[in-house]
Structures are given as structure tokens and as C-alpha cells.
Design a binder for this molecule. Structure first.
Ligand SMILES: Nc1ncnc2c1ncn2[C@@H]1O[C@H](COP(=O)(O)OP(=O)(O)OP(=O)(O)O)[C@@H](O)[C@H]1O
Length: 194
């Protein structure tokens, strides 16, 4: 995301799950970019509380990232948190939402980012039709577990190696890359790796 430091940190507080509902919550959003936990205040670039929707998170994180990519910058989204804190929900949404044919209000960041990316690519190609712009999108999925990298699109490929190339930078050697042209292609791959 574009910012002075190049990295922005957003905290999302998920609603209490069943069994957590009793008692007062100890985490409280106190401004658009800070939370308090017991008597301590912590400041981030942004804070999304339990009322935030998947669309709110997309507007805060996903939209600027797509524009950043189209402007030629590498961009990453990284979800970090303890088990059950909502990483999968935020990045993908519930599995039922992904299997639906059309877009869903429950979609997480990844399908929303791809949907926007493809529509922006179409827009750019139409706007500059004289220039014959050619965009290529491909996806890879990998798991790092016990310091071993497995290719989720071809799980027979275990223990892949991380290498560095002068031009391409850091990459995972022999990782499967599948070209994607539409949201359907992306969802097909997601269902395959799940
Ligand atoms: N913002 C939210 N609104 C509603 N439900 C949520 C939200 N965030 C998470 N949940 C629900 O909380 C549960 C745990 O979330 P999730 O599976 O995304 O956690 P996780 O961080 O990916 O956990 P793990 O590291 O164990 O895979 C799920 O049932 C999910 O649907």
C-alpha cells in the first residue's frame, strides 16, 4: 500500500464467538487508529472494530492495493494473528460464500481484490485500446509448515527451495503458476487447494 513507510498495519477486532459473549470485552476501539487493551493504548495505521464489514476492509486495504499494482508496484497483504482470530475470514470469507456463483457480501479480501483487478484491467485495456495493453495474471499457492514449503497446486512437490534471482528477486523454485483470466478461474483454484 502506498504510504511513507511502504507498510501499513490494520487491526481488525472480530465479534465475540459463542462462549466468549459473557463479560465485558477487554479490547476497545478508541479512535480510527487506536485500541485500548486493559489500561494500555496501541496505535496502528487503522483499526476496524467488530461492526466492520468485509466491504469496509476491502475499501481500506484492497482498493489501494489494486491501484498500487496497476501503477507498477509489488503489493502484498499479510494476515497475522493467533488461531481463531479471523485471518481466513478476512482473507477469503466463509467457504459457503466462495462456492457461490456471483459475488457475495461475505466475500473476503482475496476474491474482492481479484474481482476489482480484472475489472480494472478491462477498463485500462478499453481506455488504451490503441496501445494493445497485455496483462497477465497468475496464481500460486504454497504452505510453509515445519520449515518445509509444499506446492498446494501440486502437493507431490514438497520441500521446495527459496532462491534469489538478480532480476526476479526472491522466489520459490518450481512452484506451479496457473494463469487466471476471470474470477471463476480464481475460485476454481481456491476450491482445488482447499
Ligand atoms: N469479522 C468476523 N465476523 C464474523 N465472524 C468472524 C469474523 N472473523 C472471524 N469470524 C469467525 O470466527 C471463526 C474463526 O475465524 P478464522 O477461521 O478466520 O480464524 P483463523 O485466524 O483463520 O484461525 P486459524 O489460524 O486457526 O486457521 C470462524 O468461525 C469465522 O467465521
Amino acid at each position: 500500500m502506498s504510504s511513507d513507510s511502504g507498510v501499513q498495519v490494520l487491526v481488525r477486532v472480530r465479534p465475540p464467538s459463542k462462549g466468549e459473549e459473557e463479560g465485558d470485552p477487554i479490547v476497545e476501539k478508541i479512535s480510527s487508529n487506536s485500541i485500548s487493551i486493559l489500561d494500555h493504548t496501541f496505535t496502528f495505521d487503522s483499526v476496524a472494530d467488530t461492526t466492520s464489514t468485509q466491504d469496509d476492509i476491502f475499501r481500506l486495504v484492497g482498493l489501494p492495493l489494486v491501484e498500487n499494482c496497476l501503477a507498477g508496484f509489488n503489493s502484498s497483504i499479510f494476515a497475522y494473528g493467533q488461531t481463531g482470530s479471523g485471518k481466513t475470514y478476512t482473507m477469503w470469507g466463509p467457504p459457503s460464500a466462495l462456492s457461490e456463483d456471483s459475488s457475495s457480501s461475505e466475500w473476503g479480501l482475496t476474491p474482492r481484490v481479484f474481482e476489482r483487478l480484472f475489472s480494472r484491467i478491462n477498463e485500462e485495456q478499453a481506455k488504451h485500446s490503441d496501445k494493445q495493453l497485455n496483462y497477465q495474471c497468475h496464481c500460486s499457492f504454497l504452505e510453509i509448515y515445519n520449515e518445509q514449503i509444499t506446492d498446494l497446486l501440486d502437493p507431490t512437490q514438497k520441500n521446495l527451495q527459496i532462491r534469489e534471482d538478480v532480476k526476479a528477486g526472491i522466489y520459490v523454485d518450481c512452484l506451479t503458476e496457473e494463469y487466471v483470466y476471470t474470477m471463476k478461474d480464481v475460485i476454481r483454484l481456491v476450491i482445488k487447494v482447499h
